[in-house]
Design a protein around this ligand. Structure first.
Ligand SMILES: [Zn+2]
Length: 451
């Protein structure tokens, strides 16, 4: 199987290139990306510009089952922690079959939304009563099967999750499906890596500093080799306060000083970060993953996006709780949060660096950072990277009559729906025709009948 395509424009090396010949090899990776080429007679001539697929660098697939279903306040105050109680109720009752149905729907939507790879921060490991499944990878396979149903690439990150909080020796009863130690996480990772399934790779994750002891973090990461290491960090102010009380340091400070993060590491959210912490993270080579729509939905707060960008820290994006499932919307929220906070416009543009387009700068940073977050040495429209692309829909209302140079600006800031006509992963157009929506609707009906 190989594909030969010719596009009138394509996003190559961080800018638009004209007349681009793209050849996907039998291995599903780009064997040729040549701008300024004539279309050979045997090429499939695409009628519109193409973009690389993005990585959704932070996802909890099961939370798709509660997207839009936690939007009522039934007590004095609603915040992250009361949302979390509702999330646990879903986590406690979802079955492997329901997880597969929910995740397949999500992954199909993510493909439609311009993502071709998803990093699954996977802490749901055990049966509903907390007992181990006969196969410890039971729920991991549900996710892998869902990804295969949809045709999206999957980076599975089994999660170290030991305790309910700083200075708490155990998990709460509601967290019984999450319990792991370092040895278990490494065994899960090895099992996934050895599966040989196409479009599946594996790394590891640490739920958060509050959920894992320093010794267990060291045991998990010592001698781990080249693979992604993800951790939730500094999402909530209460978590920062608890970390200071328990360790004397803020979470990002503690991580930089004690966990020896490097370019494999992804600090998810990194919302509450001081300028000194941003500098400290930048020196390690670690990346951050911002989840703008989820952070807005949960009331997390604002991170210093221009500060992270200026420090050169890789900034990926994630769909996290799945309240939105398209990257143009995440990039729009990433910028809009900063505009609301600072009462300025185009905060994330960098005219001094020749990057006046907010959308172009954010896209390119999220593209490069996302590939790293998923463990790929190469990502995007370049030789050796997986042959993924998005065919822009030129008939989308938001793009009609827009000058070619402004296409990304309109796609991010004027597009109510994902303006992509087709998506390619590993040299194949996706998604296949599977009854994903029917299975999802049935799983949702079962899942919420138990609430
Ligand atoms: Zn998360």
């Amino acid at each position: 199987m190989s594909a030969l395509l010719w596009a009138p424009r394509a996003w190559v090396d961080g800018r638009w290139a004209d007349a681009v010949l793209l050849r996907a090899g039998a291995d599903g990776c780009w064997a040729e990306v040549t701008p300024g080429a004539a279309a050979p007679p045997q090429a499939e001539v695409l009628s519109a510009p193409v973009l690389p697929g993005l990585v959704d660098a932070h996802s909890h697939a099961f939370q798709r089952a509660m997207a839009g279903l936690a939007e009522r306040r039934e007590q004095g105050e609603d915040d992250f922690w009361s949302w979390r109680e509702r999330m646990y109720r879903v986590a406690l009752r979802i079955t492997p079959a329901q997880l597969r149905a929910v995740a397949a729907m999500l992954y199909t939507e993510l493909l439609r939304g311009g993502y071709t790879q998803v990093c699954e921060f996977h802490y749901l490991q055990h049966d509903r009563d907390g007992s181990a499944y006969a196969d410890p990878l039971e729920l991991s396979w549900a996710l892998a099967d869902a990804a295969a149903d949809a045709g999206i690439g999957l980076t599975l990150l089994p999660v170290l999750y030991q305790r309910a909080g700083f200075n708490q020796p155990e998990l709460r009863a509601e967290q019984r499906r999450f319990a792991t130690d370092a040895a278990a996480v490494r065994a899960l990772q090895r099992g996934l890596a050895a599966s040989g399934r196409p479009l599946l790779n594996a790394g590891v994750a640490i739920h958060s500093l509050r959920a894992a002891e320093a010794a267990a973090i060291a045991a998990l990461t010592d001698g781990l080799g080249e693979m992604p290491i993800h951790i939730h960090a500094a999402e909530q102010q209460a978590e920062v306060d608890d970390c200071v009380a328990a360790t004397g340091q803020r979470p990002l400070d503690w991580l930089c000083m004690h966990a020896a993060p490097d370019a494999r590491w992804q600090l998810v959210h990194a919302t509450h970060a001081t300028a000194a912490e941003i500098d400290a993270v930048a020196r390690t080579g670690a990346g951050i993953v911002i989840c703008p729509s989820t952070e807005a939905n949960l009331g997390d707060g604002f991170t210093d996006v221009p500060g992270w960008l200026a420090a050169g820290v890789p900034v990926a994006i994630g769909s996290d709780s799945q309240v939105t499932r398209a990257w143009p919307e995440e990039l729009r929220w990433l910028e809009y949060g900063q505009r609301l906070l600072r009462r300025q416009r185009n905060v994330c543009a960098a005219p001094g660096e020749g990057q006046p387009s907010t959308a172009a700068r954010l896209l390119q940073r999220a593209l490069v950072a996302g590939g790293r977050a998923a463990g790929f040495a190469r990502w995007g429209l370049q030789v050796g990277a997986r042959a993924d692309l998005l065919l822009v829909d030129p008939a989308d209302a938001s793009l009609l009559g827009v000058p070619a140079e402004r296409l990304l600006d309109a796609l991010v800031f004027a597009s109510p729906a994902p303006p992509f006509a087709r998506t390619m992963v590993a040299g194949r157009w996706r998604p296949p025709a599977a009854p994903v929506a029917e299975r999802f609707a049935a799983a949702m009906a079962q899942l919420w009948a138990e609430d």
